[in-house]
Write a protein that binds this ligand. Structure first.
Ligand SMILES: *[C@@H]1O[C@H](CO)[C@@H](O)[C@H](O)[C@H]1NC(C)=O
Length: 290
């Protein structure tokens, strides 16, 4: 017991996640993403509460920078492990950092397999997050296909309790197009349904050479459980991010400053100027200079 307090232990039969806590965290910290909120909540709680999943959970998160993809992985990690992203059982791979050189793809594939096997042998409830999927060399991700498949076990190791999360800017253009169509028709953003986007997205990234999932067997074999769209953020969502950031810094929310920071952001498309170019990404640094 003391050992587990000092050194984090693999969560064997922990009651986490707490669905209510996950819902609360998503509601309070993620703005303008009704689809992502709905899918993540359903997928993660359903998976973790299933005593006998037939395969690991694989989520592919898509959208422009600053729309909340990294944020959602952080919230999920925090909901499952006390230490959140710093947990020993949460592994983050960043394409440009961990797999930079094209000529070493074979080495990376071997390494990745070894790491995943090694870590999952030590703890079945592990999370692997792949950031910058759109910068991953084509084909590299297929090295992990066996781990995502419906096998009971591979060489004595079961991967069925693992969560894989892929983060990608790829598909951001397709998502924006759908959102813009709704906007131009005067329809509410919240009317966009998952089915308006899921197939567009899976087809789109499958056929996009720079998506990290180009012609990937993960899609081919239906091994990705959910394609989660992150919509481009509007002016009002940017303001919500600024307010939340001020609150988290413990400073009083000053609407004048909120307005000032929001007005410094740039918006597209050129004529309508509806969506923030960088989502909420630069909000923190802009606040520092206020
Ligand atoms: C677990 O994964 C990390 C990368 O996140 C790697 O450095 C480490 O060697 C792996 N552990 C095992 C036992 O394979």
């Amino acid at each position: 017991r003391l050992y587990c307090v000092l050194l984090e232990c693999c969560p064997e039969a922990d009651p986490r996640p707490d669905a209510a806590a996950l819902q609360l965290a998503l509601d309070e910290k993620l703005f303008g993403q009704h689809l992502a909120t709905e899918v993540i909540l359903k997928a993660v709680t359903g998976f973790v509460n299933n005593p006998n999943p037939k395969k690991p959970l694989a989520l592919s998160l898509h959208g422009w920078a600053g729309t909340g993809k990294n944020f959602v992985s952080k919230i999920v990690a925090e909901n499952l492990y006390k230490a959140g992203l710093s947990s020993r059982f949460v592994h983050l791979f960043v394409s440009t950092l961990h797999f930079p050189h094209e000529h070493q793809v074979q080495l990376y594939k071997d390494q990745l397999q070894k790491w995943i096997r090694g870590n999952v042998s030590a703890c079945a409830k592990s999370i692997f997050i792949f950031d910058e999927m759109d910068k991953l060399h084509p084909g590299l991700i297929d090295a992990i296909k066996p781990f995502l498949d419906y096998y009971e076990q591979i060489d004595g190791v079961s991967y069925r309790k693992v969560i894989f999360i892929f983060l990608s800017n790829a598909g951001g253009d397709l998502i924006t197009k759908v959102a813009l169509d709704f906007w131009r028709k005067g329809r509410e953003r919240e009317e966009i349904r998952l089915k308006d986007l899921e197939e567009v997205l899976s087809l789109g990234v499958f056929n996009n050479r720079n998506s990290g999932l180009w012609h990937s067997s993960l899609i081919d074999r239906n091994l990705i459980d959910y394609f989660v769209p992150f919509l481009p953020l509007e002016y009002k969502h940017v303001k919500m991010c600024i307010r939340a950031e001020m609150k988290s810094r413990g400073s009083p929310v000053d609407d004048e400053i909120v307005q000032k920071v929001a007005d410094e952001m740039t918006f597209f498309p050129k004529d309508e100027r509806i969506y923030s170019d960088k989502g909420c990404k630069t909000v923190q640094t802009k606040l520092d200079f206020c």
